[in-house]
Design a protein around this ligand. Structure first.
Ligand code: NAD
Length: 360
């Protein structure tokens, strides 16, 4: 394990620790952003990054997002993330996952992992053979394992809230375009169809498209058409950076609300969305359902009612973010950042009050 020199990296944000492992079996980075509210919890992503720097950028941004997400979701958790450099379709081996388990264990609980894009519940179970610092697999019959359905449920709650805020309507007949129908996008498509929404999807993976097409009444478009689809809601559920200074001009939807982490290529895109009259549900607020689920799995108190009630709080928090952003004429992502920072930087009395405010 090596400490990485990251001072001066554009995405360095006073991360507490960033470590790198490179061996015959594994090339991976773990970033711990902030543990002020509790242990750093965040998924393990596997992706064929073009360079070590691309992987570092991703893990720095993702781990920071986890701190903000858990704080605003009212959870006593910090923010961390890990990335494995490699193609999950071709490069994944049991030896790699066991080595990842040892790497995580060497941090002695400072970082707790779960599944993410490119890893599955089964992969995390293998990692868990070498470390107890895993979530999402603990007695999967009892606790449910994969958090993706709960993430999708939180996104559904957020889309409902955004539609109510923007158009005073429910989701019946609302047109939603989902970019990426993997773990989360698939469940979201199903839930939206059940609510009477008209769903359009795109994905680069044929198998994922076939699954959703065979089970649901959805329209399929190419990956080049999804961002500019004539819809009411655009839901990015693939990887980060979907909405950039360039692609924001193509968006015809009135709401952007999806599961993907780091949907905005740069923070300044938040202003561009506002200037175009598009209501943006900040990614780490709306996609907190999974981490809420993982939290209850770990503390062993998981019951459908408790988790669902907590996830329903995402709607209340978003309503506050939307209202403050309109009152102050500022991007929703700036408002959410400030609310989260107040919680994790002043962990204490004020934090408890804000958390109550967000979830009561
Ligand atoms: P996933 O890998 O299962 O699904 C992503 C899907 O997007 C895949 O089907 C992939 O083929 C597709 N895709 C990739 N690039 C694309 C493109 N350019 N156009 C269209 N489709 C494309 O991942 P997931 O677990 O569903 O997570 C999706 C996003 O949500 C990720 O950004 C993840 O970090 C975030 N997220 C996931 C969870 C969770 O519980 N799984 C929780 C919070 C946030």
């Amino acid at each position: 394990m090596k400490q990485i020199e990251i001072q001066g990296h554009p995405d360095f944000d006073n991360h507490e620790s960033v470590v790198f492992e490179s061996s015959d079996d594994l090339s991976a980075i773990i970033a711990v952003h902030n543990t002020g509210l509790g242990p750093a919890v965040g998924g393990c992503r596997m992706f064929p990054y073009a360079s070590l720097d691309d992987a570092l950028t991703d893990v720095l941004r993702l781990s920071r997002g986890m701190t903000y997400k858990s704080a605003l979701a009212g959870l006593p958790l910090g923010g961390g993330k890990s990335v494995i450099i490699g193609d999950p379709q071709k490069d994944k081996t049991r030896a790699m996952l066991l080595a990842m388990g040892e790497f995580i264990d060497s941090l002695q609980g400072q970082y707790v992992t779960a599944e993410d894009s490119g890893t599955s519940v089964e992969d995390i179970a293998i990692i868990g053979e070498r470390t107890r610092y895993v979530s999402g697999v603990l007695d999967s019959e009892k606790y449910g394992g994969d958090p993706s359905p709960m993430t999708a449920y939180g996104v559904l709650v957020g889309i409902r809230q955004a539609a109510r805020y923007r158009w005073q309507t429910d989701l019946s007949g609302i047109r939603v375009a989902i970019q990426g129908v993997g773990n989360v996008g698939y469940h979201l498509a199903r839930m939206l169809v059940e609510e009477g929404a008209c769903v359009t999807v795109a994905d680069i993976r044929e198998d994922n498209l076939k699954r959703v097409q065979s089970e649901l009444n959805v329209e399929v478009v190419s990956i080049d058409q999804i961002l500019s689809a004539e819809v009411d809601v655009l839901s990015p559920c693939a990887l980060g950076g979907a909405v950039s200074e360039t692609t924001v001009r193509q968006v015809k939807a009135g709401i952007v609300a999806g599961a993907a982490n780091n949907q905005l290529a740069k923070a300044s895109v938040g202003r561009a969305l506002r200037d175009r009259g598009i209501l943006y549900a900040p990614d780490y607020v709306i996609n907190a359902g999974g981490i809420i689920d993982v939290y209850y799995q770990r503390c062993g108190e998981r019951s459908g009612d408790v988790v669902n009630r907590h996830i329903a709080g995402i709607g209340t928090t978003l309503e506050t973010v939307f209202r403050l952003a309109d009152e102050q004429r500022r991007p929703t992502c700036q408002i959410a950042d400030e609310m989260a920072e107040k919680i994790f930087r002043n962990a204490g009395k004020e934090a408890a009050q804000l958390t109550q405010y967000a979830y009561n």
